[in-house]
Design a protein around this ligand. Sequence first.
Ligand code: GSH
Length: 208
Amino acid sequence: MKLYTYDSAPNPARLKMFLDYKGIEIETQQIDMTKMEQHSEEFLAVCPNATVPTLVLDDGTRLTEVIAIVHFLESVYPEKPLLGVTPNERGMILNWNHRLFMSVAMATADAFRNAHPAFKDRALPGIHPVTQIPELAERGKTRLLQSFEEINAELGTRDFMGGANFSFADIDLLVLLNFAGWAAKTTPDASLDNIRRWKQQAEQALNS
Ligand SMILES: N[C@@H](CCC(=O)N[C@@H](CS)C(=O)NCC(=O)O)C(=O)O
């Protein structure tokens, strides 16, 4: 199996935290997005959609979505589970993985890619030209602030995003808060106490 990735980009960063936490080592090739290597002929032969990360399995199967890659790897390496053990945990972790992707990840990407000149005609990842829409950049920042309020309320009901235990949903949120901070210049208000408390606990759990 071989992993094609670019560790400093947000989706690859979610996967890297998962791999490091579980102590999984995989043959890896970095695809330098600052040099547009994701659009090189060599990488397009691996991933025609030009996105990282991509995991190529030993039989040639390609997984191009982080959530699919971590599910595959958790089945092969079940130690230190990050996707839940009970049916309830599994449901909640997937629920919040998807919700955070659709809210925080998409809103940040909208804010970043519809405003930055480097993404002219590349407002969405992939091989097709996509025009920037400046209004989406503004909407992205508003959606982020709304999402932070919702997440803060959720975290008032439990220790971690997926329940009582640290999970991949917490990795999602750690990476996405960082992404929103540098790419959309939007961070949770200091009054959102539950997010602040959760972040300390999640960072501790990640390094345990
Ligand atoms: N749905 C994919 C998203 C992958 C994705 O969008 N990756 C970004 C890096 S964070 C990318 O490859 N962008 C390529 C580009 O901007 O040209 C997943 O869950 O992994």
